[in-house]
Design a protein around this ligand. Structure first.
Ligand code: BG6
Ligand code: MG
Length: 223
């Protein structure tokens, strides 16, 4: 792990870190899984976090032993159906949906001169930031459409650092998903996890929830 003094920038995941969109992703995927006759489980729910839309659909189909049952076009139609339901949910979001403590954390980072970028696998990321009125906090956003591999591959976190003009060692990546923590670690950044200890056991630093994620607490944990 780097020393706190080396850190110059933060690369953020969005869903489950800045806001609880993971609830909406889960609701929409679960609806589709029910329709396809795939049994839902906590493990499946956790495994879907952080990974791309098509990877999520593939995981659901594989879980139900249905990976060979649909053509490419049918899969695209299923993923689009899920996305339509998801987009209907996020259209209702407001700044009240920002998770507790996140706005203060972002203000603190900005005031202290840390650089900030977004490394979300979601193609809906820019819409969510707009709904939350947080666009100005994220001048640099990795476009997931430009990626060749999704999390847990490090590519998205390497791009998040590159957009800031920083070496990975100078960055902290923030995540709620196991796949994301793996991606941050593989990128050579310091990983901060928010959420369950078992799920995020590979994180360099972990907090139970977003209210505990402050610069002072991160500095303490990295000492
Ligand atoms: C990630 C979420 O941030 O984005 C995943 O954790 C989601 O659950 C992925 O599948 C892709 O999102 P979208 O909005 O492009 O379907
Ligand atoms: Mg997430």
């Amino acid at each position: 792990m780097a020393s706190f003094k080396q850190i110059k920038g933060f690369v953020f995941d969005l869903d489950g870190v800045i806001t609880d969109t993971s609830l909406y992703h889960t609701k929409a995927w679960r609806q589709l899984a029910d329709k396809l006759g795939v049994a839902w489980s906590k493990d499946l729910e956790e495994g879907l976090k952080g990974i791309s839309r098509m990877d999520s659909l593939e995981l659901i189909l594989k879980t139900g032993g249905k990976e060979n049952d649909y053509s490419h076009d049918e899969k695209v139609a299923l993923a689009t159906e899920k996305n339509t339901n998801y987009v209907n949910e996020i259209k209702k979001m407001t700044p009240d949906n920002i998770l507790p403590g996140i706005k203060d954390f972002l203000d603190d980072l900005r005031n202290k001169g840390y650089l900030i970028s977004l490394a979300s696998a979601s193609k809906n990321g820019p819409t969510v930031l707009k709904q939350l009125e947080l666009v100005d906090y994220f001048p640099k956003v990795v476009d997931p459409a430009t990626l060749s591999k999704g999390k847990p591959d490090p590519e998205i976190y390497l791009k998040g650092a590159e957009l800031l003009g920083l070496a990975p060692e100078a960055c902290i990546g923030v995540e709620d998903a196991a796949s994301g923590i793996q991606a941050i670690n593989a990128a050579g950044e310091t990983s901060v996890g928010v959420g369950d200890a078992k799920t995020l056991s590979a994180a360099d630093v972990r907090f139970d929830d977003t209210t505990q994620m402050t610069l002072a607490n991160i500095e303490k944990a990295m000492a």
